[in-house]
Design a binder for this molecule. Sequence first.
Ligand code: CP
Length: 312
Amino acid sequence: MPSNKFFNRSIISIRDFTIDDFAYLFDLTDKIQSLTSNERGEIAKGLILGYIFYEYSTRTRLSFESAMASIGGRSLGISNIDSSSIMKGESYADTIKTISLYSDVVLIRHPSDGSSRYASEISDKPVINGGSGSEEHPTQAMLDIYTIFKEKKRINGLSIGIVGDLKYGRTVYSLIYGLSTYDVDIHLVSPSVLKIRSESIDDIPNNIKMFHHTELTDDLLKKLDVIYVTRIQRERFPDLQEYKKIQGLYTIDENILKRSKPDVAILHPLPRVDEISPSIDNTTNAVYFKQASYGKELRSALLSALLHENPF
Ligand code: CP
């Protein structure tokens, strides 16, 4: 049985964790869900999650808050930096230091690569990377892999397509690193201007089977067990005209489902814009809202493991 490697540790990059750590976390997620709400509510009693979001968020912030509440803890934070002393010129370092004085764990979303790693060097308490630039979003990838496991009952042996903005989408990098610890085929599908940044995945072992595509062809769709769709990151795009050229390029709709395996699972970290047609939301293939719901469950387990060596 794998042991708890999350205790009292900052969660900065998914690369810092192993397949055994994921197995521990997924098992703990299921165990915590099997507790009564009273039992669950004892885990983080008296403990506080502090957060600061320098970028917009719906799911990451709310699922962490909801997760912390479900295990009996509380949350406080800054969801809009316009209401904070950053507007008076307070530095990033002083802001993080201050949040860590009032909290037991600190969650950060920031537009710069390296921002969470830097914060973990300043904070008195463990830091969770809630999205750093176009670099990583490790807890999203943990919940993505957990979702695949719940849907498919395995990870090894699957063919997984990752589609859309592979250049700027931070969830993609965490997901590829996380999946590279398993025996999977990874099919990367993007227009050439949004290809994966090869320098950002150059330390992935050579034995990982990765294939590059520009189109969702019939041959490819027939292979895929999972299609992980990503939003084109308009806010990180240098030229809006270029963005408009590729907007809606790979919309997943009934036509794509007809050409795919009958049990293909469609995932998306959300928010979506026009990458997935709402007309497929009620199909058994649409897993993206279930995935968002698993986000709360997995983050309850992650916070429990981070706050207690033996969570219960
Ligand atoms: N998946 C995700 O990070 O969503 P938010 O941007 O809404 O937090």
